[in-house]
Ligand binder design. Structure first.
Ligand code: C5P
Length: 299
């Protein structure tokens, strides 16, 4: 049996760091939103053995890969069970080390896909718990197209989707390592006293222009400091009438949001003249926009 499905990218419309935890992670509040840029995952059952092939030469296909680690976690939960092998094929479109959660979405896809392929009947809460063990952003991809994340980002409250808005993603062709960006965070200088509530309010009102004006990421100064081109991209997006611009997650992608499709298209045409990788996407409102029927109720 074979399953083929897409896994989306995410942006963080807000990311507020509350403090450093004893385990080395940071407590945060974030507003996650899925956007319509996708990788493709193909899962084909095998009697035994886990194999990953990928079209992108920089994706590690060994045991360190999050998709393999997700499959191993599931195998460990059912020791001695037959038929838990798989050949996984990943077709990569989402830039890596980009703050877009591409690898996290792939891993979440493997959890929900293998749950179906191997007929494990794990419940969403069990899959989420396993997802959180693999990485802070992974549970979001099992949760909802938009959600508030707390704790490490793994404690989630699904949000009603806003009306569609348009998102231009600009990847400056330089990757950043999440751990290093967090490490460089200077608490005294960078942390704002603002919080996620105002953003959440504008989100629930589908007020895209106010949402744009209040986008905020405590990690943005660190990213701009390391990658001044992020500032230039923000300036460019603003000059092309974005309602707001922000570094996504720990970077390096900068995104701009637009209420109007025509304005977004015009900005996209202009940005494509630059030496960056630029994608015109929409906010995702439902899993049904990218998941096939046989995975929609993945539990
Ligand atoms: O959870 P994940 O493996 O994706 O996190 C990668 C790194 O990002 C962590 O090792 C940590 O340095 C940093 N991080 C953090 N606080 C979070 C999430 C990630 O410090 N809430």
């Amino acid at each position: 049996m074979k399953l083929v499905f897409k896994t989306p990218a995410k942006i963080n419309l807000g990311l507020f760091i509350l403090g450093k935890r004893p385990d080395g992670y940071h407590d945060l509040e974030t507003l996650f939103q899925m956007v319509s840029l996708y990788d493709t995952v193909e899962l084909e059952s095998r009697d035994h053995g886990i194999e990953l092939v990928c079209n992108h030469p920089e994706v590690p296909t060994g045991e360190s890969n999050l998709m393999i680690r997700a499959a191993r976690l599931l195998q460990e939960k059912f020791p001695g069970r037959d038929g838990m092998g798989c050949r996984m094929t990943l077709t990569k479109t989402i830039p890596m080390g980009a703050g877009l959660g591409g690898g996290s979405g792939n891993a979440a896809g493997v959890l929900m896909g293998l749950n179906r392929l191997w007929d494990l009947q794990l419940k969403p809460a069990e899959l989420s718990e396993m997802a959180a063990r693999l990485g802070s952003d992974i549970p979001f991809f099992l949760c909802a197209p938009a959600a508030l994340g707390e704790g490490r980002g793994e404690r989630l409250t699904p949000l009603q989707p806003t009306k569609k808005f348009y998102v231009i993603l600009v990847f400056p062709r330089v990757s950043l390592a999440t751990a290093e960006v967090y490490k460089a965070l200077n608490f005294d200088l960078t942390l704002s006293s603002k919080n996620i509530n105002i953003l959440r309010e504008f989100f629930s009102q589908s007020n895209i222009s106010s949402l744009g004006a209040h986008l905020h990421n405590d990690l943005e100064p660190v990213v701009i400091d390391r990658l001044p081109v992020a500032r230039s991209i923000k300036d460019k997006l603003r000059s092309l009438h974005a309602a707001g611009t922000l570094v996504s997650g720990s970077g390096s992608t900068v995104f701009g949001i637009f209420e109007d499709a025509r304005v977004a298209e015009q900005a996209f045409v202009r940005l494509r003249e630059e030496a960056w990788d630029t994608f015109l996407t929409e906010s995702v409102s439902s899993f049904s926009e990218f998941l096939p029927e046989n995975l929609l109720n993945y539990s």
